[in-house]
Design a protein around this ligand. Structure first.
Ligand SMILES: Nc1ncnc2c1ncn2[C@@H]1O[C@H](COP(=O)(O)OP(=O)(O)OP(=O)(O)O)[C@@H](O)[C@H]1O
Ligand SMILES: [Mg+2]
Length: 270
C-alpha cells in the first residue's frame, strides 16, 4: 500500500494545532471548495505539508458555487490567517473540481480563488488530486463528501471514468435527525461525536449500504481490484467494511480521509 499516511498525519497535526512545519522554497496552496468545508492546504516545494486550515462552508452546493462573493470572503480570511501564521504571503495555488462538472463551473471555482488573491496555476480534478496522495495508479477512488459522492476509476495513473452522485454526509444527517427527532444542526453534532459512534453507525448504515450499491453499479464492467474511500463522510469506523461487503471489492481508507483531496490539490500546483 502506497498511502502516504505519515504525510497525512503530519498535515492533520498541523491543521488541528494551527501551527507551521519547517519549510524550504516556494509555498504552494491547495484550495478545496466543498459543500461542507473549505480547506486550504499549504506545502513547500518538496510537497512537505507546512500548514493548513478549514472552515465550514455554505457557498457551494453539489459542486456549484452558489455564493460567489461569500466564497471569496471565506478564502481571503483563511488565507490571511495562514499568512500571519507563516509570516509570508501565499501566492501560487490550485483548485479542484468534482468529476463531471461543466466547464463554466470549473472557471467560477478558479475565479473564486483568484478573487481571494491566489495565482491559480491550474485546475485539477478531485479524484486525480486524491489519487496522488494515495499513490494510486489503478483502482477506484470514491470521495464521500458533504453533498455528493465522486467516483473515479484510474488505470495506469489516468482517470478513465468519473461520476458524481448526489449522496453524501447530508443524507446521514437527515437520517439521524429523523431517528432522534432533532434539528439538522443537532443531528450533525451527534453524527460527529465519536463517543457515540457505536450507537449511531447502525442508524446510518443503510445510507452507507445505499452509497455502496450506487458505487457498485458504476464499477460494473470495469476491472477494479481496490477501492479507496476518502472524504469527510467516510470517517466512520467500519465505513470501508460496509463498502467491501456490499461491493465485494477490497476497500481501503487512509487515516485523515477528510484531508486527502486538499493535500493532493496543493501537490498539484504547477
Ligand atoms: N468525524 C466525522 N464523522 C462523520 N462524518 C463526518 C465527520 N467529519 C466530517 N463529517 C462529514 O463529512 C462531510 C464533509 O466532508 P468533506 O469535507 O469531504 O465534504 P466537502 O468536500 O465539503 O463536500 P463535497 O465534496 O460534497 O462538495 C460532512 O457531511 C460532515 O458532516
Ligand atoms: Mg469534497
Amino acid at each position: 500500500m502506497h498511502i502516504q499516511n505519515e504525510c497525512l498525519a503530519e498535515f492533520s497535526k498541523l491543521v488541528q494545532t494551527g501551527t507551521c512545519g519547517s519549510r524550504s522554497g516556494r509555498l504552494k496552496t491547495g484550495v478545496d471548495l466543498g459543500t461542507a468545508n473549505i480547506v486550504l492546504a499549504v506545502v513547500d516545494e518538496n510537497n512537505i505539508p507546512v500548514t493548513g486550515i478549514y472552515a465550514p462552508s455554505k457557498v457551494v452546493k453539489d459542486g456549484v458555487v452558489v455564493d460567489y462573493f461569500g466564497a471569496i470572503k471565506v478564502i481571503k480570511q483563511l488565507k490571511e490567517i495562514l499568512e500571519e501564521r507563516l509570516g509570508e504571503r501565499l501566492l501560487d495555488g490550485a483548485v479542484a473540481i468534482p468529476p463531471g462538472i461543466l466547464e463554466s463551473t470549473a472557471r467560477s471555482i478558479a475565479n473564486v480563488a483568484e478573487g481571494a488573491g491566489f495565482e491559480v496555476t491550474n485546475v485539477v480534478d478531485e479524484p486525480t488530486a486524491a489519487a496522488k496522495v494515495l499513490g494510486v495508479m489503478d483502482g477506484a477512488v470514491v470521495d464521500v463528501g458533504g453533498g455528493t459522492t465522486g467516483i473515479s476509476i484510474l488505470r495506469d495513473g489516468n482517470v478513465i471514468f468519473t461520476a458524481d452522485e448526489p449522496t453524501g454526509g447530508i443524507h446521514m444527517t437527515l437520517t439521524l435527525a429523523g431517528y432522534y427527532g432533532v434539528t439538522l444542526e443537532e443531528a450533525e453534532t451527534i453524527k460527529k461525536d465519536i463517543s457515540r459512534e457505536d450507537e449511531i453507525f447502525p442508524v446510518i448504515k443503510p445510507v452507507v449500504q445505499k452509497m455502496a450499491s450506487i458505487v457498485k453499479r458504476f464499477l460494473t464492467g470495469y476491472d477494479v481490484e481496490k477501492i479507496y474511500v476518502v472524504g469527510g463522510s467516510s470517517c466512520f469506523c467500519g465505513f470501508e467494511d460496509v463498502f467491501e461487503k456490499e461491493i465485494g471489492i477490497e476497500t481501503i481508507k487512509p487515516n485523515d480521509a477528510l484531508l486527502v483531496t486538499p493535500l493532493g490539490i496543493a501537490w498539484s500546483v504547477l
